[in-house]
Ligand binder design. Structure first.
Ligand code: ATP
Ligand code: MG
Length: 124
């Protein structure tokens, strides 16, 4: 729909997971307890797109490309490591973040806010 605000916006959406690395041996298990080593899995790296009302889109990619993780961020099941998402005028997950205190996303749940104006304006 020409001129309409986007229904879904992803800007630089990124999700990294820190996972423990463990060898499948008895020694590896012992090392795992004594000196745990981690690696970063880059599940999604810098994904940006916007979908306008009425648009029909596909979401394709090879296994492990990050499709499910992207959808989890768009539905609020997973918080982005970096970047922003906006779905139907709302920050997925209600703007709550794991850390306590007010966050830059608090406009989404604040009663003084209209709930429709995000702190950033997606360009059409
Ligand atoms: N909770 C998690 N902890 C650690 N790594 C994860 C986690 N979830 C996903 N990953 C990793 O992130 C990458 C992207 O996974 P994702 O499931 O989003 O891909 P996908 O495109 O949906 O794959 P598929 O087509 O197989 O469903 C993969 O390397 C996956 O192993
Ligand atoms: Mg998947």
């Amino acid at each position: 729909m020409a001129g309409a605000s986007p229904m879904v916006v992803a800007e630089d959406l990124t999700r990294h997971y820190r996972v423990a690395r463990k060898e499948e041996t008895l020694l590896g298990t012992l090392r795992h307890f004594l000196r745990r080593q981690y690696q970063v899995v880059r599940a999604v790296e810098g994904v940006s797109f916007r979908i306008h009302p009425g648009e029909v889109v596909g979401f394709l990619g090879p296994n492990g490309a990050g499709k499910t993780t992207t959808l989890k961020m768009l539905t609020g099941l997973v918080h982005p490591t970096r970047g922003k998402a906006l779905v139907a005028g709302h920050v997925p997950g209600g703007g709550k973040r794991p850390s306590s205190g007010r966050s830059p996303w608090s406009w989404a749940t604040s009663s003084s806010s209209s709930g429709t104006s995000p702190p950033w304006t997606p360009s059409a």
